[in-house]
Write a protein that binds this ligand. Structure first.
Ligand code: ZN
Length: 926
């Protein structure tokens, strides 16, 4: 899936065209997400043992082919299904168990080989057509055996018991059933616009079983025939091309039959019914459509261009042509994740696919380009070759996360995706430096545990590790390994070992050792270097953000890549490394010579140096380090400070040393961390003093940018906005006056939107905004037909800080007026902000039943994650007490992480608050 924000990442979306620039709320949750521990840890792992194995299917039966005929009734929110499954039995059996949830069985029959006409070879394509014409009885063999169906709702399984055993070998099941079109954004569900209803699907990870009884495990691949009976005038879209479209059965209906799919997993099947409108194109002979509800069809062109380019690039990169005969990308009005890689039929949240090609904001276009690249990468990595089981979900998500940046950067070299990746890696490493993190490959048996796998580790960490390995073995060598792996496992399944063994064989390098150490062990390594030269002393350890870190035994095989030199492999137990001698910078003094041990910021490790080396690095940072390297340097020093190595004052000195950085993303990193100091460490009084320092130190930098111009470069415009928002938050009177006038013009409908700082201006003004401004924003959120603008306006509601308006936003969030895909976002944003979190938390506790009523698969867990933004022991105990009394699905590990975060924040405040005051005193802060 394309995660709009992987579980555990509390700030969602990557920048907004109206408000909330990429670093958002002082980056508070992005940065503080990973805060870990100083005390209580709720048990994870172990707890789950015992109850889990039972949820897998018992085996002994393998599906070969499904024929599905689905008739939705959009008005009644129900559907009728008629299904045959051709299976192979390993041994004679009187029972067959498969997955089914919220399915009402009408009849189940079976016949074995030679009995009746049930086999696929005999029925072929005709079966489906006959059934959908309502004459299914004609197909039923006389000697088919009727099954008694028993349901196990807890396991989401159904068992068919037959009076006489079915023989080993091929058999066919015929199932008539009914289901509901739910409002939970999972399985076969209902999506609504103001004008009408749509029936759409989302099956990953374990929800195909809500749409059709099936063997719902990724290794049980089969082929599928799908037919949809829909209302006249409606369209139907599924994984494959339409092979026939006929009127009937009955008046006002037509039947759309789709071509047989290749071998694929159940979670990748998809269908949609409604009145979608598409724009069409072609790449490498493959027809591509981008579809949306009719009112938004004009916003499909940018994604179509991206998809065409991406398909051509991937055909070449993978050395295997795109495996399906067509590709559809469809925007769905109600959607849980960011997007879903259904084979040949990718579905998206509207904001992730639709953007105005001409007027859309850069951040919105970047988001679409990356999401399209991510989901299309899955067509090979995930759809063509699928993990054996969910424990190796990272093979899907890590690869797609790594590939999305690579492809988007190739398509748009000027959009600085590598800097975004550096920021993302920082967030991931912080999240991974807590005691409650998990290994990339981890046990996941129940649907709850499987849903919780879609987190920072499966996406961000696995993606960063893949990027590190590619950087080490070389782009072309790595690509050959990818091609060999895909070719070996096409239309089948694979494990982590399959991937790294192939890479090791192709590259002749110990890729298996490196990858195994990062995939099987939790946490982030820290590498410490004290000097250069051959045989230089080096140490590695597991890095914890909490100062009170436990002793652990993890050790990694790490490609340590030096700036200006090649990579060296640091192996577990090694105490020395051939470190290149410091980079000579011409005729300069020794302190300007330095070694930098994470060239290109490609490594998944923290680095620490001797004091002298660090001084030399900082002295050269502006001129000798690339922007991603500077982001990495800031991140390393920040993390080390949080771990108790170094003071908040030393970090502030580094951030100020980089203040002339003309790079927007570096500036966002530095200012975001300073913002986190204000939120997390400073007392109210110290915050005001630090605000004064921000105004004094960054005011001149902002002034130095001069007036914005119409054709300003993107990076400069972003830098301007970053400084503008930071200064505004710090209370700079001139910036606040400018923000007020910008916002006034914007809300009056004047064309202030072109100004670089417009988004930040609205955010700043909203913080102190009144009911009249709130009304305008609410109306925009309710009426805009542009998905980005609508979302931005909705998010802006969470900026208002007056208690009456916060209450309105919270009430609004749990009302029917907000889509359940957006409801939790509002609550989460209010929970994350220092100014509103107490009120939001009180509301959450009082209104839990309403929140639950609006909940989706992951929304509850996202609220649990956001509760980790608190910073006192009392609040921690309240959070624990509440969620113990009100357990949330798929959130066991998330709750443990939130508790760690609170503990660590409290410990950090205690440790650094006096140091912050000392630094403020020393810097003459008033
Ligand atoms: Zn994905």
């Amino acid at each position: 899936m394309g995660s709009i924000c992987p579980m555990g990442s509390a700030v969602c979306g990557r920048g907004f065209s109206l408000v909330g620039v990429a670093w958002g709320d002082w980056g508070e949750m992005k940065i503080w997400q990973g805060l870990a521990i100083a005390g209580l840890v709720v048990g994870i792992g172990g707890v789950a043992a015992g109850r889990v194995e039972a949820q897998r299917l018992p085996g002994g039966v393998r599906p070969e082919h499904y024929s599905l005929s689905i008739t939705p009734d959009l008005k009644a929110a129900t559907f009728v299904g008629s299904e045959t499954i051709d299976v192979v039995l390993d041994a004679p059996a009187t029972t067959i168990t498969l997955n089914a949830a919220e399915i009402e069985f009408a009849s189940v029959k079976a016949w074995g080989k030679g009995q009746g006409t049930g086999n696929r070879e005999q029925l072929g394509q005709n079966s489906i057509n006959t059934e959908i014409l309502g004459s299914a009885q004609n197909d039923e063999p006389r000697d088919g055996v009727t099954a008694v169906v028993s349901l196990d709702p807890a396991k989401e399984q159904a068992t068919f018991t037959f009076a006489q055993p079915l023989a080993a070998g091929r058999a066919t099941l015929k199932i008539e059933y009914k289901g509901i079109l739910n409002d939970k954004l999972r399985g076969f569900y209902l999506s609504k616009t103001k004008l009408r209803r749509y029936g759409v699907t989302q099956f990953e990870a374990t929800d195909a079983r809500r749409a059709f009884p099936c063997f719902d495990e990724p290794a049980l691949k089969a082929t599928f025939d799908v037919a949809l009976v829909v209302d006249a005038g409606d369209t139907a879209i599924s994984n494959t091309k339409i092979v026939s479209d006929r009127l009937g059965p009955g008046a006002g209906k037509h039947t759309v039959v789709f071509a047989t799919t290749p071998q694929m997993s159940t979670y990748l099947v998809a269908w949609l019914a409604g009145d979608f409108k598409c724009s069409e194109g072609k790449a490498d002979g493959i027809p591509i459509r981008v579809c949306a509800t009719p009112d938004k069809a004009g916003l499909t062109r940018f994604a179509l261009g991206s998809a065409k380019q991406t398909l051509r690039d991937y055909d070449r990169y993978f050395g295997i042509k795109y495996p399906m005969a067509k590709l559809d990308l469809v925007a769905v009005p109600d959607f849980e994740a960011g997007a879903m890689e259904n084979f040949g039929c990718i579905t998206f949240r509207e904001t992730e696919l639709l953007v105005d090609k001409k007027y859309g904001a850069l951040s919105a276009k970047k988001e679409v380009a990356e999401t399209v690249a991510h989901e299309m990468a899955h067509q090979w990595f995930g759809d063509l070759v699928t993990p054996e089981w969910w424990d190796n979900l990272w093979l899907n998500e890590g690869f797609a996360t790594w590939m999305e940046t690579k492809e988007a950067a190739k398509e748009h070299p000027k959009w600085r995706f590598e800097q975004d990746a550096a920021v993302e890696k920082e967030r991931t490493m912080d999240a991974d430096a807590g005691r409650t993190t998990r290994a990339i490959r981890a046990q996941a048996e129940t649907p709850d545990e499987i849903n919780e796998m879609f987190d920072d580790i499966a996406y961000g960490k696995a993606g960063a590790v893949i990027g590190m390995v590619e950087n080490w073995v070389g782009e072309e060598t790595f690509r050959k390994g990818v091609q060999a792996y895909l070719a070996e496992h096409a239309y089948a399944n694979a494990t982590a070992e399959d991937f790294w063994n192939t890479q090791a064989r192709v590259s002749g390098q110990p890729v298996d050792k490196v990858m195994e150490s990062f995939v099987e062990q939790p946490g982030v390594p820290a590498v410490t270097l004290t000097s250069g030269g051959a045989g230089a002393p080096v140490t590695q350890r597991r890095f914890f953000l909490s100062g009170a870190a436990p002793n652990t035994k993890e050790a990694w095989t790490i490609p340590v890549c030096f700036k200006g030199a090649s990579c060296r492999l640091l192996t577990p137990g090694a105490t020395t490394l051939d470190v290149p001698v410091p980079v000579p910078l011409g005729m300069v003094s020794p302190e300007l010579q330095f070694v930098y041990a994470d060239a290109g910021d490609k490594g998944y490790y923290r680095t620490d140096y001797s004091a002298g080396q660090l001084k030399a690095i900082v002295a050269n940072a502006e001129t000798a380090l690339t922007p991603p390297e500077r982001i990495g340097l800031l991140g390393d020093r920040w993390a080390l400070m949080r771990a108790g190595e170094g003071s908040v004052g030393e970090f502030l000195d580094l951030a100020l040393a980089l203040k002339q950085s003309s790079n927007a993303t570096v500036m966002e990193s530095a200012l975001g961390k300073i913002g986190a100091i204000e939120t997390r460490i400073a007392t109210d009084d110290d915050r005001k003093r630090l605000d004064g320092v921000i105004q004094r130190e960054f005011g001149g930098v902002y002034a130095g940018l001069g007036k914005s111009t119409r054709h300003e470069a993107d990076d400069r415009a972003e830098l301007r906005e970053t400084l503008f928002e930071a200064l505004g938050r710090a209370g700079d009177p001139a910036v606040l006056a400018e923000a007020a006038s910008q916002t006034k013009a914007l809300l009056a409908g004047q064309s202030a939107t072109a100004d670089a700082v417009a988004d930040a201006a609205v955010a700043l003004v909203a913080a102190k905004g009144d009911a009249a401004m709130y009304e305008k924003m609410l109306r925009l959120a309710q009426t805009s037909t542009d998905p980005d603008l609508k979302e931005d306006a909705l998010h802006t509601l969470t900026r208002f800080q007056s208690p009456g308006l916060v209450e309105r936003t919270l009430e609004y969030a749990v009302s029917d007026a907000v889509r359940s895909q957006d409801s939790w976002t509002l609550i989460v944003r209010l929970l994350e902000r220092r100014e509103t979190q107490d009120q939001a938390w009180a509301f959450v506790q009082q209104h839990w039943p309403e929140i639950e009523r609006n909940s989706t698969v992951s929304s509850g867990a996202r609220i649990v994650a956001a509760a980790g933004a608190f910073c006192t022991v009392e609040q921690r105990d309240e959070v624990i007490g509440f969620f113990q009394a009100h357990p949330v699905e798929s959130s066991e590990r998330t709750l443990a992480k939130s508790i760690d975060n609170i503990n660590d924040c409290a410990a950090l405040r205690t440790a650094q608050e006096p140091k912050l005051r000392q630094w403020l005193d020393a810097h003459g802060a008033q």
